[in-house]
Design a protein around this ligand. Sequence first.
Ligand SMILES: Cc1cc2nc3c(=O)[nH]c(=O)nc-3n(C[C@H](O)[C@H](O)[C@H](O)COP(=O)(O)OP(=O)(O)OC[C@H]3O[C@@H](n4cnc5c(N)ncnc54)[C@H](O)[C@@H]3O)c2cc1C
Length: 469
Amino acid sequence: MAETEEKPPLHLAIIGGGVAGCAAASWAAARGARVTLFNDGLPLGGSCIHVGTFPARLLMNAASDHLHCKQPRFAGLSASNSGLDWGALNKERRAASDKLSQSQYRLLNSQPNVEIIDARAQFADPSTLEADGRRYEPDRVLLTPGSHSTWPDVEGIRDVDAISLAALKELDRQPESMIFLEFSISSVAYAQAFGRMGTKVTILTEKRRLFDEYGSPDSSDLLAEIIGDDNVDIVFGAHITHAEPTGSGVRMLGTLNGRPTHWDGEKVVVVDHRKPQVEALGLRHADIDLTDQDYIVIDEALQTTNPRVFAAGDVIGRGSHAYAAAYDAIHAAFNALSQSRMAGHNTAVPFAIYTDPQFAGVGWDEIRARKAGFQTDSATCMLDQIPAARAMGHARGFIKLIRDRRSDHLLGARIIAPNAAELIMELSLALRYGLTVDELANLVRPPVSLGEGIGRAARMLVGGRGRPV
Ligand SMILES: Cc1cc2nc3c(=O)[nH]c(=O)nc-3n(C[C@H](O)[C@H](O)[C@H](O)COP(=O)(O)OP(=O)(O)OC[C@H]3O[C@@H](n4cnc5c(N)ncnc54)[C@H](O)[C@@H]3O)c2cc1C
């Protein structure tokens, strides 16, 4: 029998150890690839662990505990003061991010086919990388260098006490008042958390609704109302042109619905101005094109204009979302290693926003589904109709299902509820595997669980027919 020569595993180099790079590294290593992961700047885990979702969520939980001590949700409990030591809380939050990052490092590094290089990498030519004075010639490269914040076009903003969301972790004391300039998915959680901790918060935005991109006006309006009750004033339609220092803080000047006005606060937090981190990658040596806004040009398979190089995460300009970054990165690694052409992030990937209650969704919203030609109908189960929500002392929120009336298939869902990020997975699976709303209606769920609200909304759509699944 002729001896067969075993092919060596493909070598995948990944530049950027954020949520995208780490997800791809762990996926590719588990499938036998040799992986070299370069990371520099933020520690492993990137923005999600050190700046965005994780710290915002931790702070939100702490702020909620603080609030519920002062304002218990049950009449049988009396109010008490939990005390709030901002310095200690901020230190705890930084330590929690570091611990998570270190355990991620250990997990990846313990795999024999993964090498983590703590250095900045760049292209020397289309197939060679340089880092820390060494050269690498991987078979494929995945670019996941993320994005960084920049300053908005507001005159004087650099001369006042303004910081980026990333710099919140450097705050040495809790401000009495803060102005958030614009909003993003986790700045809203930060804003609500500060509001719950007693800071007077103002969100100034040119937009007319929160999270309009999720196409769910009822969710946007309810969320704005809930957050508004947490010491957060959301000013829609505000156009800011100037910033100037006052004796005690900052004045933001502009117009509200066309009329000149201003807002004062102790500190300004600049949100939502992200730029792709492409400056130091040597892309011009590697035949990799950029869009006119400096995002990396990719095709539907996440392949760049250099066929050996793929890209995912914030750097491709499809929005700044941890869930999409990880999903795309795994698909990009798969395509890079197998020469397949799977597309990335799609509507069956759920999103979650860690306000309290959380806002999560998956799939089509009603407006876009109709525009795409579906005949939709929808049903909304309000939280106060769900026994579990009452037992938890939560009454505001809902579970909304949207279906295709002709086929009875689920098209999408929007949830505002405690643990919505967990609840949405049932609906993500339903969407992914083509379940009908009738099947969802007949699933038996644990009694007094929030999931009963999904069953109730489904039964509103299909009536009481069918048998238990
Ligand atoms: C304040 C904030 C709040 C957010 N909140 C949410 C939220 O609630 N929900 C949500 O879904 N998303 C949220 N996001 C977005 C989410 O964090 C990002 O979409 C996601 O983290 C992007 O991941 P990434 O891997 O593409 O990039 P990053 O996480 O930025 O990681 C890239 C890493 O690569 C490193 N790097 C860059 N260039 C090089 C190089 N040449 N060599 C080596 N290393 C390099 C960087 O320093 C960084 O460590 C938030 C983002 C921010 C900033």
